[in-house]
Ligand binder design. Structure first.
Ligand SMILES: C[S@@+](CC[C@H](N)C(=O)[O-])C[C@H]1O[C@@H](n2cnc3c(N)ncnc32)[C@H](O)[C@@H]1O
Length: 389
């Protein structure tokens, strides 16, 4: 396992449990939007699934992405563990755990940028992409903070600052006060260097000079304005196929998750710039070895089944599995069939109670939205409910 972040709450503190989700604009929910992530599910999905949870029941998400389930558990006052093999996902999800005030995040950033904490001035990455993506002073400040966080990122404030930086690293430029540090880019995924350079050159776009501390301050004040009370939590950056869930020191009553949809193998390359910030190379990382295998349907089903089996070993009898699942349109596979086979393959005690249609990308805001624009017919998402016998 690459890294573990834990947050503890004193046992005697009562867990605070929200009964209903406030409106999505409420300050309490802003933490959820700290940083976008490809194929995340809405907060209401895990939050509603946990409506009948009991105090102190543990929640597990073995494919936690940006930590939506972790935050839903926190809002319900429940302890949770999240696992994801993508370090970008792990870093965003970890920032959903700690109790931090915006002023603490800003103070740490100010210290790092003022060089109060000694350390060598880091080298900045070189090349056409980097020249056009960030103004020199902006890139220098990004690298200072990156360098600091790569050398130490274990306190709640450091973990939160890393989440803030990932959230503002790239995104669209606006006429108003800038939110993002980069030249024009999407916020949900990192454009590949060749396409980005081509676009900036064609449109004669120069990188904006951004005051990094001011941008951090704005985002920290927005996202950490009112964080929910902390619950026990652990975030593991690692491969769920190899994780020994039974040794995590908790017995889980809820598994709420969304594995990669069949055919979706680009989590690392689609987040390559954020991946660089958390220690990856300064170019696109096409690695997929820690992701579920998409080489063949059989391998995928076997990998997923292996995770269900290990997860079952760490759950109490009667535990509930709630899973949103689908397949990429280019694969045209039936997600129901893949999911049923993964459970059968695992030969474990999960019994499916309900499978609901989740709609396609053409029906409202779905997780598969971003896959529905090609020439292939969009594939339906499903919501699966199972119980451990
Ligand atoms: C559909 S996304 C989960 C999104 C999440 N529900 C959210 O709201 O952000 C699936 C996640 O599974 C992760 N993943 C793929 N293979 C994995 C593995 N072997 N172990 C752990 N995580 C894995 C991917 O990195 C990705 O973040």
């Amino acid at each position: 396992m690459a890294s573990v972040v834990s947050v503890t709450r004193k046992r005697q503190e009562p867990a605070v449990r929200l009964k209903r989700l406030p409106t999505l604009t409420a300050p309490l929910l802003r933490l959820n939007g700290l940083c976008p992530y490809y194929t995340m599910f809405p907060l209401s999905f895990p939050f509603d699934a946990l409506a009948n949870s009991k105090v102190d029941e543990w929640v597990l998400d073995p494919f936690c992405g940006r930590g939506t389930t972790i935050l839903a558990a926190r809002l319900r006052g429940l302890p949770s563990v999240g696992v994801d093999s993508n370090p970008v996902a792990g870093a965003i999800a970890a920032a959903k755990l700690p109790q931090v005030r915006a002023c603490e995040i800003i103070a740490l950033a100010r210290d790092i940028l003022a060089d109060v904490r000694p350390g060598p001035v880091p080298a900045t990455p070189q090349g056409e992409f980097w020249d056009l993506a960030y103004a020199p002073s902006t890139l220098r400040d990004i690298c200072r903070i990156r360098n600091y966080l790569l050398s130490q990122c274990s306190t709640r404030v450091e973990v939160a600052l890393r989440g803030v930086m990932l959230g503002i690293l790239h995104g669209p430029q606006t006429q108003k006060t800038p939110t993002y540090l980069s030249n024009q880019m999407p916020r949900t995924y990192s454009t590949k260097p060749v396409s980005a350079v081509g676009y900036w050159t064609k449109h004669q776009m120069k990188p904006p000079e951004i005051d990094v501390l001011a941008a951090i301050s704005r985002r920290a004040r927005f996202s950490f304005k009112a964080v929910p009370p902390t619950t026990l939590g652990k975030l593991i950056t690692g491969d769920s196929r190899k994780c020994n869930f039974a040794q995590l020191g908790a017995k889980f009553s809820w598994v709420i998750t969304s594995p990669p949809y069949y055919g979706m193998r680009t989590y690392f390359p689609d987040h390559w710039l954020r991946n660089w910030f958390v220690g990856g190379p300064s170019d696109v990382d096409y690695r997929a070895d820690e992701q579920l295998s998409h080489h063949s349907e059989a391998e995928f089903v076997a990998d997923l089944g292996g995770v269900w089996k290990k997860v079952a070993e760490a759950c109490v009898p009667g535990a509930k599995l709630v899973c949103r699942f689908g397949a990429l349109p280019s694969c045209q596979k039936d997600p129901r069939d893949l999911f049923r086979r993964s459970l059968a393959d695992a030969d474990c005690r999960w019994r499916i109670t309900t499978i609901k249609d989740g709609g396609t990308s053409q029906h409202g805001r779905r997780q598969c939205d971003q896959f529905g624009t090609g020439k292939n017919k969009p594939v339906e998402e499903i919501d699966v409910y199972a119980i451990l016998e």
